[in-house]
Design a protein around this ligand. Structure first.
Ligand SMILES: Cc1cc2nc3c(=O)[nH]c(=O)nc-3n(C[C@H](O)[C@H](O)[C@H](O)COP(=O)(O)OP(=O)(O)OC[C@H]3O[C@@H](n4cnc5c(N)ncnc54)[C@H](O)[C@@H]3O)c2cc1C
Length: 408
C-alpha cells in the first residue's frame, strides 16, 4: 500500500490549488457576503475542467475519477471555506454523472456540455416539507399524458441553486425525484427527471421559487420550488418509469463521498487558522499554543483530520472501483456505506474543529470581521441536513453492516 498520491494526482492537485489561490480565494468572502456567485467565475471553473470533472469527454467532461474529484473538492473548500463554490462543484460531479449513466442520449447531449462549460447547473430536488429524510415518501406528482409527455405538479423545499441557475446563460435545473404512481407503494413508484427551469436561456415560468435566508454558504440560495403543471418531454426522464429510487440513491452516495472531501478542506482551513492564531496570540506572557489545554485539543483534531482524509480517499476509491473499474467484488452497498461514513465523519469533524477554533480566537470570534464562523456554519449545513442528516448516515451504515433483516 502506498499512501502517496501518484505523480499525475499531485500535479492535478497542485494545478487546482494554484487556480483556487489566484481565482477563487480572493473572492470567497465577497461571495458569502453578497450571496451571489458571478457567472464568470463558473465559466472559469468550467474552463479549468472543474465542472463536469467526472463526466466523459463525449459531453465535454474530463473523465476524472472520483478520487481526483475528491482531491479537487478539498482544495476548492480550503480556498473558499464558506463552501458555496465547493458545494456547487460537488453537486456537478455527482448528479450529472447519474444523468450520464442512466439518462437518455438526447437530453444528455443537450444539457451536459453546458454544465461542463459552466453555462448551466444541475442541482438535486428531493426534499419536501413533510420530511426530507424519507425520499421514498415524496409526493410531487409526475403524471403521464396520452401524448407521452409528463406533467409535474407539487412543491419541493430547501432546494439549492435556483438563483444560480437563473443567472447562468444557458440555465439548467434539477435532478428531480417525483411520484409517478400510488404513494403507498413508496420506492416502487418513484420516477426521476432532468427538470429544466431555464433551457437555452429561456426561463420556464411554470417553475417558481421562494428563497430561504441562509446563515452560510450564501453564494447558493436554498429555496422552496413550485412546479405548477410543468410539461416535460419523456426524453428528460432518467431511468425507468417507477424505477428512479435506486438511481437517486446512487446520486446521494456519490455526492456524500464528495461532501466528505469538501468538509476535510473546510476543516483543514479552520485548523490552520487556529494554528496561526495560537502561535501568535500571547496571553499571560506566552503564546496560547504553549498551553496544554489548547495544544492537546489541536493534537486530537490533527489526528482526526488525518483519519478523515483517509476515509474520504477510500470512499472515492471505492466509488471508482464500482463505477470506473466495474470491480465485481465491490457492491453498491459498499459505496453507500463508506460514502455515508465519509459524510458523517467529516462534516461533524469540520463543525467540531470550527467550534473549538472559535474558542481559541476568544471574543474576536464573535464578530463578522473574523471569518471563522462562515466556514463553521457552512459545514454545519451538512450536519443538519444537506444530502442527508447524521442519523440517516448512521441508518445506512447500520443497514449495510447488519443487513436488511435487522434494519429496514
Ligand atoms: C443548506 C441546505 C441545503 C439543502 N439543499 C438541498 C437540495 O439542494 N436539494 C434537496 O432536495 N434538499 C436539500 N436540503 C434538504 C436536506 O436534504 C434535508 O434537510 C434532509 O434530507 C433532512 O430532511 P428534513 O430537514 O426534512 O429533516 P427530517 O427528515 O424531518 O428529519 C428531522 C430529524 O429526524 C431525524 N430522523 C428522521 N428519520 C429518522 C429515523 N428513521 N431514525 C432516526 N432519526 C430520524 C433526522 O435525522 C433529523 O434529525 C438542504 C438542506 C440544507 C440545510
Amino acid at each position: 500500500m502506498d499512501f502517496r498520491l501518484s505523480e499525475d494526482e499531485r500535479i492535478f492537485r497542485d494545478n487546482v490549488a494554484e487556480f483556487c489561490r489566484k481565482v477563487i480565494a480572493p473572492k470567497w468572502i465577497e461571495i458569502d457576503e453578497q450571496g451571489r456567485i458571478e457567472p464568470e467565475l463558473l465559466r472559469r471553473m468550467g474552463e479549468m475542467g472543474l465542472l463536469g470533472l467526472t463526466l466523459s469527454e463525449e459531453y465535454g467532461g474530463q473523465e476524472g475519477r472520483f478520487l481526483e474529484a475528491a482531491i479537487a473538492g478539498e482544495e476548492l473548500a480550503y480556498h473558499a471555506p464558506a463552501l458555496s463554490l465547493a458545494v456547487l462543484y460537488l453537486i456537478e460531479c455527482s448528479w450529472p454523472y447519474i444523468v450520464q449513466r442512466y439518462g437518455q442520449e438526447e437530453a444528455k447531449s443537450e444539457v451536459l456540455p453546458h454544465i461542463c462549460r459552466g453555462e448551466a447547473a444541475l442541482g438535486i430536488a428531493s426534499t419536501e416539507a413533510h420530511g426530507g429524510s424519507n425520499v421514498a415518501g415524496v409526493l410531487l406528482r409526475a403524471e403521464r399524458r396520452d401524448d407521452g409527455k409528463w406533467v409535474l405538479s407539487g412543491e419541493k423545499s430547501m432546494v439549492s441553486l435556483p438563483t444560480v441557475i437563473d443567472s447562468l446563460p444557458w440555465g439548467g435545473g434539477w435532478f428531480l425525484i417525483s411520484r409517478s404512481g400510488d404513494p403507498a407503494l413508496q420506492h416502487k413508484t418513484i420516477t426521476c427527471f432532468v427538470a429544466l427551469m431555464k433551457r437555452a436561456g429561456v426561463r420556464d415560468e411554470r417553475i417558481t421559487y421562494q428563497p430561504w435566508t441562509e446563515f452560510a454558504r450564501r453564494g447558493l440560495d436554498t429555496s422552496v420550488i413550485r412546479f405548477n403543471g410543468v410539461e416535460v418531454d419523456d426524453r428528460y426522464r432518467v431511468g425507468e418509469v417507477n424505477g428512479g429510487f435506486k438511481i437517486a440513491m446512487e446520486g446521494f452516495n456519490l455526492a456524500r463521498s464528495m461532501i466528505g472531501a469538501v468538509c476535510v478542506g473546510c476543516a483543514r482551513w479552520l485548523l490552520e487558522q487556529g494554528i496561526e492564531w495560537m502561535k501568535n496570540r500571547r496571553v499571560f506572557g506566552k503564546p496560547i499554543a504553549a498551553y496544554q489545554g489548547i495544544n492537546f485539543k489541536l493534537a486530537d483534531f490533527w489526528k482526526e483530520l488525518e483519519a478523515a482524509r483517509l476515509l474520504c480517499y477510500k470512499a472515492a476509491w471505492v466509488a471508482d472501483r464500482y463505477y470506473r473499474e466495474r470491480d465485481p467484488t465491490v457492491k453498491l452497498g459498499d459505496v453507500a456505506k463508506i460514502s455515508a461514513a465519509a459524510k458523517l465523519k467529516c462534516a461533524g469533524l469540520a463543525v467540531d474543529i470550527g467550534e473549538e477554533v472559535m474558542k481559541w480566537f476568544g471574543g474576536a470570534a464573535y464578530f463578522k470581521e473574523t471569518p471563522i464562523f462562515r466556514a463553521w456554519l457552512a459545514a454545519f449545513s451538512y450536519v443538519v441536513g444537506a444530502e442527508g442528516t447524521e442519523n440517516i448516515m448512521r441508518y445506512i451504515i447500520a443497514r449495510e453492516v447488519l443487513g436488511r433483516e435487522f434494519v429496514e
